[in-house]
Structure formats: C-alpha cells, structure tokens
Design a protein around this ligand. Structure first.
Ligand SMILES: CC(C)(COP(=O)(O)OP(=O)(O)OC[C@H]1O[C@@H](n2cnc3c(N)ncnc32)[C@H](O)[C@@H]1OP(=O)(O)O)[C@@H](O)C(=O)NCCC(=O)NCCS
Length: 169
C-alpha cells in the first residue's frame, strides 16, 4: 500500500490527539490522557517545542470509513545520556489497526532513527508495556533490546502532590 512519512505540522494536532487516545485505549489507559489538541499545538509547534512529530498518511483512496488519511504517528524529543551523550526518546509509535503489518510502523520508527542519527544521537530510547508482546516482538525484530531485562533499570516517575511536595524549598 502507498503511504507517505513526513514531519508533523500544527494542522496535524487534531489527528495526533485522536490517535493518542486510540493508543491509550489500546494500552487500556485512556483515562490517563489529559493532553488536548491545544496543548499539542502549543507544546509541539511554538518557539521552543517540547516534542516533534512524524506522520504517516495514505492517499484518499485508502482513507478509513471515518474519512481519516492520517493513520499513524510517532512523537519524539531529544534527551541526553551522561554515559553516551545525545539521545532521542520516542514517546509514542502508533499505526491504526487496519494499516498494521504493511511496513508503516517500521517506516515511522526508521524516520525517528534517521533524524536522531543526523542530530548526533547515539541512542533511541522508549518504553513498552510488559503485556504488549506484539509490540515488544516488533521492537526486538528491529534490533532493539530490553533495558529492564538486560540492565535492571526501572522507569520511575514523580507527579501530582508528590511533585509539588518535592518542589517545596
Ligand atoms: C507496533 C506497531 C507500531 C508496528 O507497526 P506496523 O506497521 O504494524 O509494523 P510493520 O508492518 O512496520 O512491521 C515492520 C517489521 O516488524 C515486524 N513485526 C511487526 N510486528 C511484529 C510482531 N508482532 N512480531 C515480530 N515481528 C513483527 C514485521 O514482520 C516487519 O519485519 P520486516 O521488516 O522484516 O518485514 C503497530 O503494530 C501498532 O501501532 N501497535 C499498537 C500500538 C502500540 O503498541 N504501539 C507501541 C507502543 S510502545
């Protein structure tokens, strides 16, 4: 199937917001999504963007029954490893169900890898839920390895009241 991969622009935020919800539903965590289309517009497309996006699009003749032609996306941002230097973090990778298995997910992730390498990054980092075996297998098939299993790292987070408390002088 014909598809194109390109950098996201502010006009894509409506579809990115839709697919963020679809991905969260797939991950059985839809109630965790607080980010709105407007947040995405501000945070990704103003002077100092907090993230960048890549879109996957199909031609009109392959649009979904709801009329969508934007059918996949990746979100990423740059980070830094004190061991390895410049790194890129892929926050989301998603392809709508009817378009999976056609090379679109690989093309999106490959674009993130390409841009990361071009920016001097040595690592592409991301997380995957432990039960999400098919995505884990997809990542393994792309040569990635499991940092938790191999090196014992756990993802940690501080948010809400704990974050407010931590920030008290
Ligand atoms: C994970 C996801 C992005 C993969 O996208 P996709 O378009 O279906 O995958 P592709 O068709 O690009 O697959 C590319 C390659 O990975 C392989 N692959 C895909 N799924 C696989 C699986 N479950 N097990 C092993 N290999 C797999 C394909 O065989 C193909 O290999 P090839 O390059 O040798 O031909 C997509 O399935 C998806 O959106 N899943 C639901 C959301 C999700 O879990 N996102 C990740 C959250 S961490």
């Amino acid at each position: 199937m014909d598809f194109s991969i390109r950098a996201a622009n502010v006009e894509d935020c409506k579809d990115i917001a839709r697919m963020i919800t679809e991905l969260a539903e797939y991950e059985k965590m839809a109630d965790h999504v607080k980010v709105t289309q407007r947040d995405l517009e501000q945070d990704g497309f103003s002077k100092n963007p907090f993230f960048h996006g890549i879109m996957a699009e199909v031609p009109e003749q392959h649009k979904t029954k709801e009329g969508h032609t934007k059918i996949g996306y990746a979100l990423y941002f740059y980070s830094y490893s004190s061991w390895k230097g410049r790194a890129v973090y892929m926050e989301d990778l998603y392809v709508m169900p009817e378009f999976r298995g056609k090379g679109i997910g690989k093309a999106l992730m490959s674009k993130v890898a390409q841009l990361g390498l071009a920016a001097g990054c040595n690592q592409l980092n991301f997380t995957v839920l432990d039960w999400n075996k098919s995505s884990l297998d997809f990542y393994l098939s792309q040569g990635c390895f499991d940092v938790t299993a191999n090196m014992g790292y756990h993802c940690m987070r501080c948010e809400g009241e704990a974050l407010e408390h931590l920030a008290q002088p």
